[in-house]
Write a protein that binds this ligand. Structure first.
Ligand SMILES: [Fe+2]
Ligand SMILES: [Fe+2]
Length: 216
């Protein structure tokens, strides 16, 4: 059979659609990187790129949508350097509940606000991507597997250090997703306790939910 017989109009259309999708995706990535370079210091951009890479790899490992993981990783810290008053204002205008911990520590809102920026600035409407961005710091009970990989990548990306605990959590992140979220939440809680910082109740709820799920 001649090669051209394999290349039917249908396969040509599929290939074209795929190329257009890839070009659009590359263009969006460039736009996001340009925006980041104007709003985020270079050290944070490097962290973001490591989160993008690790989230994409973990998504592939667990047969999740790699493109969604890549986009969520790339946009998870868009609002990281927004002023506290801006974070509070944007969160309130979206109807988010501002509890006492958020009032004292508005920086914790940067995850929710990053999802707002992703929607408004880059037209992201995919609920799973927006949730993964919004949940990257505190997690959420019952959050999706896509949210789990972005949550894990944020804490466990290689730039976070090489301690034995981090290395075992990285290993665990490829063995058991839910157990890794449970123990990564505990790792964060231990660090917050050791440095006398506030713990948002949602971090505890995330830890409890994934602890119970991991036991099943
Ligand atoms: Fe963050
Ligand atoms: Fe981050």
């Amino acid at each position: 059979m001649k090669a051209k017989e394999f290349f039917t109009p249908n396969t040509a259309n599929t290939a074209n659609t795929e190329i257009i999708k890839n070009v659009k995706s590359l263009h969006l990535r460039q736009e996001i990187l340009k925006w980041l370079s104007a709003h985020v210091p270079i050290s944070r951009v490097k962290h973001i790129l490591r989160v993008e890479k690790m989230a994409t790899e973990l998504a592939g490992h667990y047969f999740l949508d790699e493109e969604k993981a890549r986009l969520a990783g790339l946009m998870h810290d868009l609002a990281k350097y927004f002023d506290s008053q801006v974070l509070l204002k944007m969160a309130k205008s979206e109807g988010l509940e501002i509890d006492s911990v958020f009032e004292i520590c508005p920086h914790l809102l940067h995850a929710d606000v990053s999802a707002i920026v992703a929607r408004k600035e880059f037209g992201i409407e995919d609920k799973e991507i927006l949730a993964a961005i919004a949940h990257h710091t505190l997690g959420h009970p019952g959050m999706s597997k896509l949210s789990c990989v972005v949550f894990l990548a944020d804490t466990l990306e290689p730039g976070r250090g090489k301690s034995q605990e981090l290395e075992s959590l990285r290993q665990l992140s490829r063995e058991s997703l839910y157990q890794a979220v449970w123990l990564t939440s505990e790792y964060t809680i231990k660090n917050l306790l050791a440095t006398s910082r506030l713990i948002h109740p949602r971090t505890i709820l995330t830890r409890n939910w994934f602890l119970e799920e991991a036991k099943k």
